[in-house]
Design a protein. Structure first.
Length: 327
C-alpha cells in the first residue's frame, strides 16, 4: 500500500534521466553566471515598468481634432422667406413706453375739452392720485389715474392744481379753477336759525362745487396712503384756510380710514360715500391719530357757507416733516 505513495512522492527514473540529459547540454561555466544574468534581466524589467508607469502619469498632449466636412446638407426650402419686420411689429415682448419727464407734464398745453376739474387728491406719486372731473361741476365724478373720462381721454396723472389727460398719446392739462376761496365751516347752532334737513348737506356741497370748485382744497388737502400696494385711507392736511380745518375737528396728518361705516380702501366707493352724506345729517369719521384710532362725529346741520370775514390769511407752507410718505 505504501509503494504507490512512495512512487508519487519521488521523481520517476525517466524524469531523472531527462534532467541529466538537459543539464549535460548546458555549457561549462554557465551555472556560475546564472545569478548575474537573472539579476540583469530583473533590473531591465523593473526599469521598463517604471518608464511605462511614468508615461501613464504624465498628461498627454491634446491631439488636434480632425475637421470632418459635413456632407449631408439639408436642401434649401422654396417656401416664403421670413418677414423680420412683421415679427418686430408684432411686439412679442410688449411695447416699451418711455418714462414721462415731469417737465413735460408741467409744460403740457391746456386741453380744449369741455371739462371741469372740481378737485384733486394728489399723492407724492402723480400716478397714484384721484380727481373730480366732469362736463360740469355738478356732474363731476370721482376718477383715479387710468380711468377714461368722457370717452375720449384717460387720466394720466394728478397734481394739486391740475390733472394731465392723455388723448391718444398727446398730454394735455386740465387746470383747477382759482376763484375766491370759499369753504365749509363748522358753526354753533344759532337761535331761530332754520334747521337743515337730511340732504341739505348735499345741496351745500353742490352749491360750493358750482360756485367755487377749489373751495374744498382751500380747507383740506388730502393725500392717498398705500400699504402693500393697497389703498389704506386718506391723510388730511390743512389748506390755506387753517381755521376752517381746525373747526372740522381734524389735526394735520390724521389718517381717515372710514366714513359712516364705509372703509376708504377702494376708490370705487367714493360715490357710495357721497350718497351716504347726501341722506344723513351726521357724519362719523374714523381716523388714525398718533398710532391710535379715534372717531369724529360731524353734525352736517351745522355746516354752512362761510362769509368772506371767515377767511384767514394764507398760512406758511407745511413743513417737510408733515408731508405723508407712502406706507
Amino acid at each position: 500500500m505504501n509503494a504507490p505513495a512512495r512512487s508519487q512522492g519521488l521523481p520517476s527514473l525517466a524524469t531523472q534521466e531527462w534532467a541529466q540529459r538537459l543539464w549535460s547540454l548546458v555549457p561549462a561555466g554557465l551555472p556560475a553566471l546564472a545569478p548575474k544574468v537573472i539579476s540583469a534581466l530583473l533590473a531591465l524589467l523593473v526599469a521598463w515598468e517604471a518608464a511605462r508607469f511614468t508615461w501613464i502619469l504624465l498628461p498627454q498632449p491634446n491631439a488636434p481634432s480632425s475637421f470632418v466636412p459635413v456632407t449631408n446638407v439639408a436642401p434649401i426650402s422654396n417656401g416664403p422667406a421670413v418677414n423680420v419686420q412683421q415679427i418686430a411689429d408684432a411686439h412679442l415682448f410688449g411695447i416699451a413706453t418711455a418714462a414721462t419727464d415731469n417737465s413735460d407734464l408741467a409744460n403740457a398745453p391746456q386741453t380744449n375739452m369741455t371739462l371741469v376739474l372740481s378737485g384733486t387728491i394728489a399723492s407724492n406719486d402723480p400716478a397714484k392720485g384721484f380727481a373730480f372731473v366732469g362736463e360740469s361741476a355738478a356732474a363731476a365724478k370721482f376718477v383715479k389715474v387710468g380711468d377714461t373720462i368722457a370717452g375720449a381721454a384717460r387720466l394720466h396723472s394728478v397734481f394739486t392744481d391740475r390733472v394731465i389727460l392723455d388723448r391718444g398719446g398727446r398730454l394735455e392739462a386740465l387746470l383747477l379753477p382759482r376763484n375766491a376761496g370759499l369753504g365749509l365751516a363748522m358753526r354753533q347752532p344759532v337761535a331761530n336759525a332754520p334747521v337743515n334737513v337730511p340732504g341739505q348737506f348735499a345741496q351745500n356741497l353742490k352749491r360750493i362745487a358750482e360756485t367755487n370748485p377749489s373751495a374744498f382744497s382751500e380747507i383740506v388737502r388730502v393725500q392717498p396712503m398705500y400699504a402693500g400696494g393697497a389703498l389704506k385711507g386718506f391723510r388730511v392736511y390743512p389748506g390755506r384756510n387753517r381755521t376752517q380745518f381746525a373747526k372740522l375737528g381734524f389735526q394735520p396728518g390724521d389718517l381717515v380710514t372710514n366714513v359712516n361705516g364705509t372703509a376708504l380702501d377702494d376708490p370705487a366707493r367714493a360715490n357710495e360715500i357721497f350718497n351716504t352724506l347726501a341722506t344723513s345729517d351726521r357724519v362719523t369719521v374714523a381716523v388714525e391719530r398718533n398710532g391710535q384710532s379715534q372717531q369724529l362725529n360731524l353734525n352736517t346741520a351745522q355746516i354752512h357757507l362761510p362769509d368772506a370775514a371767515d377767511h384767514a390769511p394764507p398760512p406758511p407752507p407745511v413743513p417737510t416733516s408733515e408731508t405723508p410718505e407712502t406706507l
